[in-house]
Write a protein that binds this ligand. Structure first.
Ligand code: PGA
Length: 265
């Protein structure tokens, strides 16, 4: 099956959230390394986003054992350094060879009050430090029910990416994560995912131009499993997946990577 997308290399990311301590994390990435075959990663990129306390351990295993998985983080501070007790600097993440940083996940927006302005500042902090933001956007069930999905996505994408140079927008990742699909077992239908991702690409075109919109990678996230991966990945505007629960089990995650890579060939 060939992808109608414009040569965008799919990215399958595992968001571990607040799960797996550093010892469990070492075990999990070793397991991932044993299961992943070279063919699994010839046409897709794979990343894991462990909790902060795991990152150094996971980095050592990935680099020491040559596992073809990029290192990610789940959040970062807006500032590079200073009196911000409890925050984790993007400079420190970059020093640990973190490549991708999730920004504006709905759990951060909902539980920690992150506004569109904070998310925008974090996108800039990640870019400033040479890493790739994975900028999460998505509507709540109430917004969907009253027909506000497109309006909400437009507002979130414009706020996060407005004013960012087009060449940097082209290199980043937007994750469409409808809040009602996260952790519920109720993934968006491929039709709904495609419609939203195409809409997001249109907003990126308005904000940063057609060229950036053609290159930006847009992931779908929310109850992704091996069973729904292929149907989501064949959508022309879905360039990858942000996987929560199913990424905690190396076997399940590799099945998702494999299914994604089948659609990418
Ligand atoms: P889920 O989480 O796959 O467990 O629904 C996705 C996410 O929040 O990134």
């Amino acid at each position: 099956m060939s992808r109608p997308g414009a040569g965008r290399r799919p990215l399958v990311s595992g968001n571990w959230k607040m799960n797996l301590d550093h010892l469990e994390a070492i075990h999990a990435v070793r397991d991932l390394g044993l299961r992943l075959q070279p063919a699994d990663v010839t046409s897709v990129d794979v990343a894991v986003h462990p909790p902060f306390t795991d990152i150094r351990s996971v980095q050592s295993v990935l680099e020491g054992e040559g596992i073809p998985v990029a290192l990610g983080a789940q959040d970062c501070a807006v500032e590079d350094r200073g009196a911000f007790t409890g925050e984790v600097s993007p400079v420190m993440l970059a020093r640990l060879h973190v490549e991708y940083v999730i920004v504006g996940h709905s759990e951060r927006r909902t539980h920690f009050g992150e506004t569109d302005a904070v998310v925008a500042a974090k996108v800039r902090a990640v870019l400033r430090n040479g890493m790739v933001p994975v900028c999460c956007v998505g509507e709540t069930v109430d917004e969907r029910d009253i027909g506000l999905t497109q309006e909400r996505l437009t507002a979130q994408v414009s706020a996060a990416l407005g004013g960012v140079p087009a060449v940097e927008v082209a290199s980043l990742v937007v994750a469409y994560e409808p809040v009602w699909a996260i952790g519920t077992g109720k993934a968006a239908t491929p039709g709904d995912a495609q419609e939203a991702c195409a809409w997001i690409r249109g907003v990126v075109a308005q904000v940063a131009g057609e060229e950036a919109a053609t290159q930006v990678r847009i992931q779908y996230g929310g109850s992704v499993s091996a069973d729904n991966t292929e149907s989501l990945m064949v959508c022309p505007d879905v360039d990858g997946l942000l996987v929560g629960g199913a990424s905690l089990d190396a076997g399940a995650f590799v099945e998702i990577v494999r299914a994604a890579s089948r659609t990418a060939r």
